[in-house]
Design a protein around this ligand. Structure first.
Ligand SMILES: Nc1nc2c(ncn2[C@@H]2O[C@H](COP(=O)(O)OP(=O)(O)OP(=O)(O)O)[C@@H](O)[C@H]2O)c(=O)[nH]1
Ligand SMILES: [Mg+2]
Length: 259
């Protein structure tokens, strides 16, 4: 039987951003707790959640290894007045999840702004994922599946309707080279899949950065060794020039004691 080590090998800080009411808190609750949050209320400042996740990585071309990683989420408030606070949370973040609402075009148009923040404020190796939430509005207006009866979500008294197409989301993701999924936090659709891709990318980036650091350390050691050899080499060269090749003598015919 394969032994699985459940101690997290790596830990990542991830910030969740996006306009107000796009569903960031619902999304995170579905992923971490497997349910909707107990109360529907706007996030004040920031909320923290953590989850360990098992991922599979290729150790060699043939063998897959199971690795446990820990993800610490910073669920931020989308309300404009918290923007400055949200910006602070990018410090040391290895991942950023930008959420928009497919029924709210403005929230999609603001994704560029959230992307700019992430690019400017997070680490250079930060993994970015964009999620278009509330795809459940695509379901038929009234639906009954056995015992389950589905009534469409409303904005006021009007059923919510999609304002951003899947293609627009895909185009934006391609243009900005970010991971992209459409999801429904309410119906728990595609969230685990999106988070799996995100966590694997985070771990891949972690390995790349570790390799780079090792390369830098090795390159530095080699440079230091070479400099050491050069210094020693220079010293022996000056000794050589001074005592032997110059053959300088003082005025009284004595060799100078320079070395
Ligand atoms: N139809 C539908 N409604 C959703 C979905 N996710 C969230 N909502 C609704 O959207 C509203 C806002 O959800 P939140 O999770 O509080 O949104 P938020 O982005 O955390 O909002 P702030 O904390 O204010 O930034 C709530 O009324 C939710 O019920 C979804 O997938 N589908
Ligand atoms: Mg919230």
């Amino acid at each position: 039987m394969q032994h699985i080590d459940h101690t997290p090998t790596a830990s990542f800080k991830i910030v969740l951003v996006g306009d107000q009411s796009v569903g960031k808190t619902h999304l995170l609750h579905q992923y971490v707790q497997g349910t909707a949050p107990p109360h529907v209320q706007a996030t004040l400042g920031v909320e923290f959640h953590a989850k360990t996740q098992m991922i599979e990585v290729f150790q060699t071309a043939e063998s897959l290894q199971k690795v446990m990683i820990k993800m610490s989420f910073f669920d931020t408030a989308g309300e404009e007045k918290y923007h400055a606070v949200t910006a602070c949370h990018y410090r040391n973040a290895k991942g950023a999840i930008i959420v928009y609402d497919v029924t709210n075009r403005q929230s999609f148009e603001n994704v560029e702004r959230w992307l700019n923040d992430a690019r400017q404020l997070a680490a250079q190796d930060c993994v970015i994922m964009v999620l278009g939430n509330k795809t459940d509005v695509d379901l038929p207006q009234e639906m009954s599946l056995g015992d389950i009866h589905y009534t469409p979500p409303l904005r006021g008294k009007i059923p919510l309707q999609r304002e951003v197409s899947l293609q627009e989301g895909l185009d934006l993701a391609k243009q900005h080279e970010v991971i992209f999924f459409e999801v429904s936090a309410l119906q728990n659709v595609n969230i685990d899949r999106a988070m799996k891709v995100m966590s694997e990318k985070l771990y891949e980036q972690f390995l790349i950065m570790r390799m780079r650091r090792l390369d830098q350390i090795m390159a530095q050691e080699i440079t230091e060794q070479q400099q050491g050899v050069k210094l020693r080499g220079n010293r022996s060269q000056s000794r050589f020039e001074c005592c032997i090749s110059s053959g300088r003598h003082d005025g009284e015919g004595q060799q100078q004691r320079c070395c």
